[in-house]
Design a protein around this ligand. Structure first.
Ligand code: MSP
Length: 642
């Protein structure tokens, strides 16, 4: 029997459109869900929308719609967004769904039967933004810390949940289960809150003030407080109490939230569960905020970054990768589009993208796409293999601790190992001198790529599946398992290895000039500036050009030059050439050997920074930077362009 795994996101309020804060939490849950599939678990992933309460009524009024029309529309936006971010949720719950409303009423009745609900007159400080009462102590300068507004004084009779009864039990539970709330800073925060007497929770609103909610089963004149309603989604979606999914998945429930809703999840929810006779969840995983200009992103501040705009500009997987690589789970992070571009260019285009492309090009060039078997391995081959296999364990350790950025760093160390291995082994030299050894080297590169592709799948699923397809693997995407990755040499390609078109187009850092707005301002980036149209030349003139294919076999720095690299290019029959190319700002030298290029072969040699250049590489420049022109499939070095 496979292990079970259940993960949830908060159900988002429908009073605002989704932004990258919502996208981040949901991508974290998606990454965890996919990681547990990779580990062989049977998983269930839930997200949804929170649709009752004052805030929603106010937002609907603002939009000139009824609450029902309004919630249908905004909930629809969330439901449309998730597939576009490749979110693999099994269910989407709305608190207006009939089955959820019924479950809330059932649980309220249970809690009431236990005498954990009483009726009482109450006067308190109420923040309409948070939809809850505040104690004097919780206010900052007399204002709600989240909404910077003085709360209203409200006096009304309401129903209360005897939360105080469960205070001692909760302290004990948190103390005995150190990973119940994690990371530790948030566990400590909850424990510190619990060191003061816990007040009972007001769980109703009179219908005279609010009608948009779930009617209390024991008093028709009241609706349920939104938090008491919303938290129950986590069990109603599983078909509590009888549903098979509830029996299977509730014992392993894990929630992902940000620190803004720590108190309802860390305190109200476990007490509610205890009172209703339901076991507590297993883990509450709490992350920090994405900030912009040092402030929390929020609609009222107007600094919202919309996920789809970034995805449109940079692509989905770079966006997912950036969020997961940049934020240390639990801490706040500053969002910056420049940082996203840098990660895309350095980690994805340069390191991973080039590795895949140069590796597959070599399998084509030397073996016509058929993966060779490995012969005897030497020390370097063993070192690469050991690092790659050990990576699986290291990665798993980090993922289980929610240290996503560390898991990715570990994968990228191995990516850099393979790039170095290729440079040291120099397959283009082995091809001439040691064809048997070449087979072993290519085989080791393939095996390491198979592991890398499997491990990056939870983060960048579409790109990982593309790589797995190109490698000819049978177990792609959610069919791939960690246990199989551990077995070196397990999978033989099911079809010839495919050629690798660029996985991650580079973005030009210089695009973001004064007038190129960031995605946060909602304008699309300018079109890349193209050069002036050149004047026409005759066909005879064109024929004078000698354009040929070359393969870069070495790339070196030129002292004191910011832009130039010295390249050694294999020209086939002809002698190797030295070419000085202005590509240093766009390509890392380690990633160039093995890349096929197009060369103007009959230019007069020129000396650049003291080095004689015997030809010129062709490249295209656009807003994405500089792109070397390379044949769509491996061509013979020296081949003439016709
Ligand atoms: N409806 C409640 C949750 C009920 S769960 C039973 C709610 N909704 S919300 O729309 O306000 O979503 C809050 C959640 O959105 C945060 O906990 C977090 O997951 C995500 N984020 C919203 N803004 C965020 C940032 N600026 N940064 C990171 N995550 C953020 O609260």
């Amino acid at each position: 029997m496979s292990e079970k795994f259940y993960i949830t996101t908060p159900i988002y309020y429908v009073n605002a459109e989704p932004h990258i804060g919502h996208a981040y939490t949901t991508i974290v849950a998606d990454v965890l869900n996919r990681f547990h599939k990779l580990a062989g678990s049977n998983t269930f992933f839930l997200t949804g929308t929170d649709e009752h309460g004052d805030k929603i009524v106010a937002a609907a009024e603002n939009a000139g719609q009824t609450p029902k029309e309004y919630t249908d529309r905004i909930s629809g936006m969330f439901q449309d967004l998730w597939p576009r971010l490749n979110i693999s949720n099994n269910a989407f719950i709305r608190t207006t769904d009939a089955y959820h409303q019924e479950t809330v009423q059932n649980i309220l009745s249970l809690v009431k039967e236990k005498d954990d609900i009483y009726f009482s007159e109450y006067e308190g400080l109420y923040c309409f933004g948070c939809e809850r009462f505040y104690t004097e102590k919780e206010l900052v300068d007399g204002k709600c810390p989240d909404h910077q507004k003085e709360p209203d004084i409200i006096k009304e009779a309401n129903y209360f949940f005897r939360m105080s009864r469960y205070q001692e039990w909760l302290i004990e539970h948190i103390t005995e289960n150190p990973s119940f709330i994690r990371p530790e800073r948030y566990r400590n925060e909850v424990l510190s809150f619990l060191s003061e007497p816990l007040e009972d929770l007001c769980i109703s609103r009179p219908k005279s003030r609010l009608k948009w909610g779930i009617t209390l089963p024991f008093d028709e004149d009241f609706v349920t407080y939104v938090w008491f309603d919303a938290l129950i989604n986590y069990v109603s979606a599983l078909g509590y109490p009888e549903g098979a999914a509830f029996q299977d998945f509730w014992p392993v429930a894990q929630h992902v939230i940000a620190k803004d809703i720590l108190k309802p999840h860390g305190i109200y929810w476990p007490c509610m569960l205890k009172s209703a006779g339901i076991e507590p969840y297993q883990h509450l995983n709490v992350h920090g905020y994405w900030n912009i200009n040092a402030g929390k992103m929020s609609k009222s501040v107007g600094n919202v970054v919309e996920p789809l705009e970034l995805v449109d500009i940079y692509g989905l997987d770079p966006f997912r990768y950036f969020l997961m690589r940049e934020m240390a789970f639990g801490l706040d992070s500053e969002f910056s589009e420049d940082a996203l571009v840098q990660r895309l260019n350095a980690d994805l285009a340069n390191d991973l993208g080039n590795l895949v492309s140069r590796s597959l090009t070599m399998v084509h060039k030397y073996f016509e796409g058929a993966l060779p078997s490995a012969g005897p391995s030497n020390e370097e081959d063993e070192a690469l293999k050991n690092n790659a296999v050990l990576l699986i364990e290291i990665y798993q350790g980090h993922m289980n601790q929610l240290a996503f950025h560390k898991a990715l760093m570990a994968v990228w160390e191995v990516i850099s190992d393979v790039n170095k291995y290729i440079d040291q082994m120099a397959p283009w030299v082995l091809a001439k001198s040691e064809p048997e050894r070449l087979k072993t080297v290519i085989n080791h590169i393939f095996e390491t790529l198979r592991i890398v592709a499997g491990l990056v799948w939870p983060f960048i699923p579409a790109s990982a599946e593309k790589i797995q397809e190109q490698l000819g693997l049978t177990h792609k995407g959610d069919q791939c398992r960690l246990v199989d990755l551990r077995t070196w040499g397990l999978e033989k390609p099911a079809h010839p290895i495919l050629k690798a078109p660029g996985l991650f187009p580079r973005i030009d850092l210089k695009r973001k000039e004064k007038d190129a707005p960031p995605a946060a301002t909602k304008k699309k980036p300018r079109k890349a500036k193209t050069d002036e149209k050149p004047s026409a030349i005759s066909f005879k003139d064109f024929q004078k050009l000698d354009l040929r294919i070359g393969v870069i076999i070495a790339a070196e720095e030129i002292p004191d030059s910011k832009k130039l690299l010295k390249l050694t290019v294999d020209m086939g029959e002809e002698r190797e050439r030295t070419v000085v190319a202005g590509i240093k700002e766009h390509y890392r030298k380690e990633t160039l050997p093995g890349v096929q290029v197009l060369l103007v072969a009959n230019l007069e040699p020129v000396k650049l920074m003291g080095v004689e250049s015997q030809g010129m590489l062709l490249a295209a420049g656009d807003k994405g930077g500089l792109h070397l022109i390379t044949p769509d499939s491996a061509a013979m070095p020296g081949a003439r362009v016709k």
